[in-house]
Design a protein around this ligand. Structure first.
Ligand code: EPU
Length: 344
């Protein structure tokens, strides 16, 4: 059966931010064959394409998209020993759940990150001290230039902070991702919020007999779910998660900033550069946390998260974001970039 291509589809409901206009054409693809068909359509029409996953890290412009939006719905999760392979259209947290049920360690800290498996690889999602690239064994893509399937080993994916070869080259469309997990216990609970959670729990429960015990995989997954639920907005409130990336500055620049802002939150990286907590800057330096301009606002518990409280336009969100960036630049001379991808 020929692939169904729809016209003039409203994109806002297909994203978690819930703003923006229509796409000229829209198709859902459930296999590589259907993906190929959709791509041929865009080539024949001479229009661009955009691959949409869970829509949790994108903001659609009010003007919408003059091209074909392809919603990747290639599904399936399979496990062989410690390798889990999933279709790019699979919901990310379903993969984490499946791995947890099988007691496979490695991605439990990424519990409840919204979006799909494809998005997880393209964006190299990260949370609580873990990044997707830590366990990605290989990525299967459909290469638009050669119109054929191609495989990348983890180290060939050029993963960085919210970066990958697939983010740079839009002609590599992720179709499947394989994760190498561990049957052996690998506990990572050093990240501030996670450490605090387990310390609190130990105190409250007075479980002295278990204080030295490390938590189980299920307990860590439950902890992450509890931390995220307490700190992050609950859909259907419109949001795209962290709207900005944490900026990376030189060690010298960090020392200068620390003189003015002794409390500044930062992580010194292996290459001596320093990643600053943008949420802290927006909150403590900019005073943006919890502010609201009509239906556009900044989350009251996390200053990195912009919120559409109901009927904000994309323009209102972008104006707020620009103002926030300008404010921080003026006070600290630090440039902050968007993490979200804009569909325009
Ligand atoms: N902080 C503030 N004010 C705030 C929020 C945070 O002062 O309003 C402080 C916190 O106390 C903490 C520091 O800033 O010391 C960093 O905050 P947090 O631990 O919440 O992490 P983040 O750097 O803001 C990153 C990721 C999130 C991920 C969390 C948890 C980015 C851009 N964001 O946020 O990822 O869930 O760490 O690991 O790297 C996403 O990418 O969409 C996302 C949500």
């Amino acid at each position: 059966m020929a692939l169904e291509i729809l016209r003039n589809i409203h994109l806002a409901p297909l994203t978690t931010m819930r703003v923006g206009g229509d796409t000229q054409y829209f198709a859902r693809v459930q296999s590589i064959e259907e993906l190929k068909e959709a791509l041929l359509f865009s080539q024949n029409q001479g229009i661009p394409f955009f691959i949409l996953g869970g829509g949790s890290n994108v903001v659609v412009s009010d003007a919408g998209y003059a091209g074909l939006v392809i919603k990747n719905e290639i599904k399936g999760i399979s496990c062989a020993d410690d390798v889990v392979t999933a279709g790019a259209g699979e919901v990310w947290d379903e993969v984490v759940r499946e791995a947890s049920l099988r007691n496979l360690w490695g991605i439990e800290n990424l519990s409840l990150v919204p979006g799909t498996v494809g998005g997880a690889a393209v964006q190299n999602i990260g949370a609580y001290g873990v990044e997707a690239c830590d366990t990605i064994l290989s990525v299967e893509v459909f290469d638009v230039d050669t119109m054929s399937v191609k495989n990348f080993l983890g180290e060939e994916c050029l993963f960085g902070y919210r970066e990958s070869i697939f983010k740079k080259n839009k002609n590599f469309i992720v179709t499947h991702v394989s994760f190498l997990l561990s049957q052996e216990k690998k506990v990572r609970i050093d990240y501030e919020d996670v450490k605090n959670f387990f310390e609190e729990r130990a105190k409250n429960k007075m479980r002295e007999d278990r204080l030295d015990d490390e938590p189980s995989l299920q307990e860590i997954r439950e902890a992450i779910v509890a931390i995220r639920t307490a700190k992050m907005p609950v859909y259907p409130m419109g949001t795209a998660g962290s709207f900005f990336k944490n900026p990376v500055v030189s060690a010298e620049r960090y020392e200068i900033l620390k003189k003015t802002y002794p409390e500044i939150k930062a992580y010194i990286q292996a290459d001596t550069t320093v990643k600053l907590a943008a949420a802290w800057l927006f909150d403590k330096v900019g005073g943006w946390r919890g502010i609201r301009r009509g239906d556009a606002g900044v989350h009251e518990k996390q200053a990195l998260i912009l919120v559409n409280y109901g009927s904000a336009s994309a323009q209102e969100i972008f104006l707020l974001a620009e103002e926030m960036k300008r404010g921080i630049k003026a006070k600290t001379n630090v440039d902050i970039e968007e993490e979200v991808v804009v569909i325009k």
